[in-house]
Design a protein around this ligand. Structure first.
Ligand SMILES: [Zn+2]
Length: 329
């Protein structure tokens, strides 16, 4: 992931814009990269730093072999500084230190970059100190602030940096990260579909709720299409007791959506995309005996159930209605 093209798929809006600015030498003094964990904010901040400092770049891409590039790669470029929270917050002393470092090297060096991770975690005084820095950029200085919670970044800081919103991480990227955390493939792809990022997915693995829910939803949906009377019992005895909280109920419905989507995927020969891939054998038969119209209709009904839930209709009523309308086709 060492050149801009490698990132185009993950960040289709961000990459062309930055590439244009690099080529036209119109980079802003400060950027605010706003994106969830796994979306590549730090990786692109480093790549942008290289493109900014490299003297041998080809188009927008850094050469990767010059002294600037190799020093950035090994993490010891004297003109690239990184700040991250020290404990809970980024403190004023950290910003002071950064400014001092920069002024020492004021004459001899050319471009300077600083990257501030979790910019929303700056204390008030740290933010104010940084603000002065942003207002009086010295020479060719590039500031890249990263945040996962842009609403917590001080408005004064936000207004002085060009705000760049990152696309959420690609599912494959989340799956990869989850597997690196020791979660098997089957659950990784399931969790990645249910959540927005790795952190949220990992939180779901702190207890076995999601694993139980997965099993219950698989059972419920299969019964709904093969033994509908049993599905009503499974709803009462298993689904409802497990889905006590609203967030669980919404996720339960989302799991049903994924199940139905799988069924559609099989009909159109996209087996590789299945979320419940371990269930393929029993899916195969079902997808042959269920019309595409019925599956699409069921998907629409699940959507309806979701909006009824958000309108505070009682969950039992919502779910019973849902099962009955799907059964009736
Ligand atoms: Zn270079």
């Amino acid at each position: 992931m060492n050149n801009w093209n490698d990132w185009i798929e993950a960040q289709p809006q961000v990459v062309p814009m930055l590439v244009e600015s690099i080529k036209k030498q119109r980079l802003a003094h400060a950027y605010l990269f706003d994106g969830q964990a796994g979306s590549g904010t730090m990786e692109l901040a480093i790549l942008l730093s290289k493109s900014f400092m490299c003297q041998e770049k080809q188009g927008a891409n850094p050469c990767l072999t010059c002294l600037d590039c190799t020093r950035i790669d090994s993490g010891n470029h004297p003109d690239l500084h990184k700040i991250a929270p020290d404990g809970q917050s980024i403190k004023r002393e950290q910003v002071d230190y950064l400014q001092k470092e920069f002024s020492y090297r004021g004459v001899e060096s050319r471009q300077k970059v600083y990257i501030v991770s979790d910019a929303d975690k700056m204390t008030g005084t740290a933010a104010n100190t940084l603000l002065k820095f942003l207002e009086e950029p010295q020479g060719e200085t590039l500031a890249i602030l990263l945040t996962e919670q842009v609403e917590n970044v001080l408005p004064t800081i936000r207004s002085r940096a060009q705000h760049i919103r990152f696309h959420p991480p690609l599912k494959e990227e989340i799956v990869k990260q989850l597997m690196e955390n020791g979660i098997d493939q089957k659950h990784s792809s399931f969790l990645a579909e249910l959540t927005e990022n790795k952190e949220a997915a990992l939180r779901l693995t702190e207890d076995d709720w999601s694993f139980q829910a997965r099993g219950v939803v698989l059972q419920l949906m299969h019964e709904l299409y093969t033994r509908p009377d049993q599905a009503i019992i499974t709803l009462a005895e298993k689904w409802l007791p497990l889905m006590k909280e609203r967030i669980h109920q919404e996720m339960g419905l989302e799991m049903m959506t994924l199940w139905l989507r799988d069924l559609l995927y099989i009909r159109v020969g996209k087996q590789g995309e299945l979320v419940y891939s371990d269930f393929y054998e029993s899916y195969k038969e079902l997808s042959l005996s269920t019309s595409q119209r019925l599956i699409t209709l069921s998907l629409a009904k699940v959507m309806e159930a979701k909006s009824q839930l958000s309108a505070n209709v009682a969950v039992q009523l919502v779910m019973e209605r849902l099962l009955f309308t799907i059964q009736e086709g």
